[in-house]
Design a binder for this molecule. Structure first.
Ligand code: ADP
Length: 323
């Protein structure tokens, strides 16, 4: 039989970029922890709050009416200095003062790297993937991704209505600096003509040729671009000058991070929160919770952070066949 640790107090924080569904994950950690007989603490503003000692005991009521809310009620922050050992030591001292032995860190790859460093310093840490970008390779889905894609799809559907009326091409920038999942999923869901992401690459002539072909048979065209790859205003100008379409550029920006989480994100977050508490109770550390092939599992953080390219390219191949 597996030896259970005698962990009594755990804490939960959200860090890095916020994502819809983070509140659902916090709620699950708090309620499940209390149900298991643990004391559960909330740390405000991520690793910054851990360093500043912004720590508060959570009750079942602390997480009431949070499930449907976007953002994170614990707040989030960025603290680049957390890479320094002395900053982490000071943060760990605050945990020790409260007798906190285990931590659930909800965030993206940066948050995971912080979690890994903490686990190497003796704190038991379990990560939960809370990021809209879906850029953690070990999990099929991160919390917030589904909501962000639905937000992007909704916005592009609206742009399509007006593009179609005006015989235009919409060039839309979506989030996903290091991972093109939002772009490719949105492209598939809206029937875009072109998707440009880090993984798909960018060839101006190829894009223009596709748009020219589309202009012969369609009233509108849609180009989805992952952020920071090309200047979309320049691209819209090039399309206007070299095809039958007048193009307009739209940056969706932070609206993709907001809004009430979809049912899918709420369920994913809840299941992951429960699993994270189980992992801490079982003495795990340096692991993160993943959704793999329909199952909620845990993986060593290093393994979960490996490259995501293959997963995206598979969907991009499907996208090209549908155009
Ligand atoms: P995300 O978790 O969304 O990827 P960031 O990359 O901004 O967001 O990371 C969130 C926080 O995690 C950073 O502000 C920093 O406090 C911490 N962090 C990131 N990388 C490391 C690292 N290599 N070592 C320790 N802490 C880190």
């Amino acid at each position: 039989m597996e030896k259970k640790s005698k962990i009594k107090r755990i804490a939960v924080l959200t860090s890095g970029g916020d994502a819809p569904g983070m509140n659902a994950a916090i709620r699950a950690v708090v309620r499940c922890g209390i149900e298991a007989g643990l004391e559960v603490y909330g740390i405000y503003n991520g690793y910054l709050g851990m360093y500043e000692g912004k720590i508060e005991r959570m009750t079942r009521k602390s997480v009431s009416e949070k499930l449907d809310r976007g953002g994170t009620f614990l707040g989030t922050a960025r603290l680049p200095e957390f890479k320094n050992e002395e900053v982490r030591l000071a943060a760990i001292e605050n945990l020790t003062e409260y007798g906190i032995q285990g931590l659930v860190a909800i965030g993206g790859d940066g948050t995971y790297r912080g979690a890994l460093s903490l686990s190497k310093m003796g704190i038991k840490v379990v990560g939960i993937p809370g990021t809209i970008d879906n850029d953690i390779a070990g999990t099929d889905f991160t919390i917030g991704f589904d909501t962000a894609v639905n937000t992007a799809v909704d916005a592009v559907d609206k742009l399509r209505d007006t593009s179609s009326s005006h015989h235009r091409c919409s060039v839309v920038e979506v989030m996903g600096r290091n991972c093109g999942d939002i772009a490719v999923w949105t492209g598939l869901a809206v029937g875009a003509e072109v998707v440009i992401s880090k993984e798909t690459g960018y060839n101006e002539e190829e894009v223009l040729s596709i748009i020219r072909k589309a202009s012969l048979v369609k009233k509108h065209a849609i180009v989805i671009v992952a952020e920071n790859l090309v200047d979309i205003n320049e691209l819209a100008k090039t399309i206007t000058e070299n095809t039958q379409f007048a193009a307009r550029a739209t940056v969706l920006g932070h609206i993709q991070r907001g809004g009430s989480p979809t049912a899918r994100d709420r369920v994913l977050a809840s299941l992951m929160g429960v699993k994270a508490v189980d992992e801490l109770i079982n003495g795990a550390s340096g692991v993160c919770i993943c959704h793999r092939g329909g199952k909620i599992v845990s993986l060593p953080i290093e393994e979960a952070l490996a490259s995501t390219d293959e997963r995206i390219l598979e969907k991009y191949e499907a996208f090209k066949k549908l155009f």
